[in-house]
Write a protein that binds this ligand. Structure first.
Ligand SMILES: [Cu+2]
Length: 302
């Protein structure tokens, strides 16, 4: 992106944060930007480590792009961060440029970001499920960012089914074997799963490589880098789908929740499951979100 394009995008983001009021009325929400963080925060246990991960994050990233365009006059598209280029060396990435990028690492004393366009950004949602006033934090970890590297992406890209590819991209996911579909995992004491895939994956790399707010699986959209990271992850999913599109727009795996359901038992994801945007943009079903140019979505990756 040219410096002008970068500025237009960041200016629109600042408009959502500072000039547009939140409309959901949910706890902790002040700005229109907060509405998005809130939609993610409240549903964290249903949109990570399970079959809703890919479609939910595809829709909420689209919601973000929609708000930038409709409410802040942005004319461009949602950019993504090709993290394969910076894997292992996030700290040197131009994305953290203080003039044309997203600002740098958090300061040593408290990890607060104090330079760039989001310097001293005041967050009211998070950390985690809390709604406590705090600063935007980052703690870049180059060693964690290694897992966004091409060899790790390629490994997942070459997997043939969503049951293999999705946990490989996401990490921390509960894989679903055919056998498990008929015999759900045994009840755990604390509801925290112990049969998850490793955390060393392209999706986790972006979160823990940036660190701070981004590393919080619940309130991570508080860092505007979230959208560039999830644009990257969505672009990888689409690239994987396109390798055998007819088959893969019909291929989704996993359960509808990460944790032990209190009632109803484990339910495999369905194309009829609705992704809830809490009024920010219209909801959409997983079936409508499998293709990025059909149904409510209309975009392309360049
Ligand atoms: Cu998420």
């Amino acid at each position: 992106m040219s410096n002008k394009e970068r500025k237009d995008y960041i200016d629109a983001e600042k408009c959502l944060i500072h000039k547009r009021k939140g409309q959901t009325g949910l706890e902790g929400v002040v700005s229109r930007y907060d509405d998005l963080t809130k939609v993610h925060q409240l549903q964290s246990l249903f949109i990570h480590g399970d079959g809703w991960f890919f479609p939910f994050h595809r829709l909420i990233t689209h919601a973000h792009e929609t708000l930038l365009r409709e409410e802040c006059g942005y004319k461009g598209g949602q950019p993504y961060w090709d993290e394969t280029r910076d894997a292992g060396a996030f700290s040197k990435s131009i994305i953290f440029d203080t003039k044309h990028g997203f600002g740098g690492n958090g300061r040593a004393s408290d990890n607060c970001v104090v330079d760039g366009p989001f310097a001293n950004l005041h967050l009211t949602i998070g950390p985690g499920f809390d709604c406590t006033a705090h600063c935007l934090t980052r703690k870049i970890a180059d060693s964690e960012s290694v897992w966004a590297g091409k060899e790790h992406v390629d490994k997942c890209m070459n997997m043939k089914t969503s049951a293999e590819a999705w946990p490989c991209f996401e990490g921390g996911s509960r894989e679903v074997t055919q056998e498990q579909l008929h015999t759900p995992p045994p009840p755990g004491d604390d509801g925290i799963p112990d049969d998850l895939t490793p955390y060393q994956t392209p999706h986790i790399a972006g979160h823990s490589g940036v660190g701070g707010e981004m590393e919080n699986p619940i309130s991570s959209p508080g860092d505007p880098l979230f959208w560039l990271h999830h644009g990257f992850i969505d672009q990888l999913w689409w690239k994987w789908q396109k390798k055998d599109l007819k088959k893969r727009v019909k291929d989704i795996s996993g359960y509808t929740t990460l944790i032990e359901p209190e009632v109803g038992g484990w339910v495999p994801v369905s194309f009829d499951d609705e992704m809830d945007m809490m009024g920010v943009i219209p909801n959409a079903t997983i079936g409508e979100l499998m293709h990025i140019q059909e149904g409510p979505l209309c975009y392309e990756y360049v």
